[in-house]
Design a binder for this molecule. Structure first.
Ligand SMILES: NC(=O)c1ccc[n+]([C@@H]2O[C@H](COP(=O)([O-])OP(=O)(O)OC[C@H]3O[C@@H](n4cnc5c(N)ncnc54)[C@H](O)[C@@H]3O)[C@@H](O)[C@H]2O)c1
Length: 255
């Protein structure tokens, strides 16, 4: 086993996950980006593999499918010589936001399967390797685990589940493995999507002003904290939910 710090990022080909992948590669880490979007994966490799020879792998898989997860983890461990130091459960979907009576059980189940069961499956199939390395897991939840807009039932419930899964994993896998959770607020991902879906950010003064930090967030804001939580520097931190939202959830609103 070599000495290269190795991390698996789900949903790692676009959005926050792509920002995590880029940031971790920049630290000299080896990154396996797992994603169900093959086009985004091909673009990721084209953009980063040349600058990080041998340190970036794309794993095409659906996090909600246990057999695909099992195969992807096996491929990763074969590539890394059995080494895995960190797992970031980032893959997620919003689902359709509809009034309660129009919310189909199938839609609810799919959001829960990707956002919550996906993290459970990845933790289950990487636990042995993470125990060996005394590694760490970071789950990406959302401030919507803590507060809601109307009609966001499945998404909010799934993210509340991610916060609870985090402390359940932390007390079960510790002391060998630390497990934390990041709840991002509004993170602008337009420039981090694959070419066909890429957008240019356009934020109004009101968009910025509703954040005590005075701006909308970026994937780098999440990546900085994720990197610290994965590192030994965070050795006394586990089971926690860390909010990265520019202060938005701390702003009291009286209309
Ligand atoms: N962007 C935000 O403002 C924000 C805020 C709070 C939380 N989050 C959370 O952060 C995470 C990333 O969000 P994002 O905005 O970057 O999303 P995104 O849609 O830009 O990227 C998500 C990536 O995950 C992949 N993915 C989706 N379903 C998958 C599956 N079943 N298996 C494997 N890969 C899958 C997609 O292909 C995509 O590459 C999500 O969990 C999301 O809920 C985002």
């Amino acid at each position: 086993m070599d000495g290269v710090f190795t991390v698996l990022v789900t949903g790692g080909a676009q959005g926050i996950g792509k920002g995590l992948t880029a940031h971790f590669l920049g630290r000299g880490w080896r990154v396996a980006a797992l994603d169900c979007d093959a086009d985004a994966g091909a673009e990721l490799l084209a953009e980063f593999a040349g600058a990080a020879p041998g340190r970036l792998r794309f794993l095409p898989a659906d996090v909600a499918d246990e057999e695909q997860v099992r195969r992807a983890v096996a491929e990763l461990l074969a590539w890394s010589g059995g080494r895995l130091d960190g797992l970031v459960n980032n893959a997620g979907i919003c689902g359709a936001w509809k009034p309660l009576e129009q919310t189909a059980l199938a839609d609810w189940n799919r959001v829960l399967a990707v956002n919550l069961s996906g993290g459970f499956l990845l933790a289950k199939h990487t636990a042995a390797a993470l125990r060996n390395s005394h590694g760490a897991i970071v789950n990406i939840a959302s401030t919507r685990a803590l507060m809601s807009e109307p009609d966001s039932f499945a998404y909010s419930a799934s993210k509340g589940g991610v916060v609870a899964l985090t402390h359940a994993l932390a007390v079960s896998l510790g002391p060998a493995v630390r497990v934390n959770c990041i709840s991002p607020g509004w993170i602008e991902c337009g420039p981090w999507r694959k070419a066909a879906a890429r957008t240019v950010p356009q934020h109004s003064e009101a968009d910025r002003a509703q954040h005590p930090c005075g701006r909308v967030g970026t994937p780098e804001d999440v990546a900085e904290l994720a990197a610290w939580l994965l590192s030994p520097a965070a050795g006394f931190v586990t089971g926690q939910n860390h909010v990265v939202d520019g202060g938005m959830t701390k702003k009291m609103i009286y209309l």
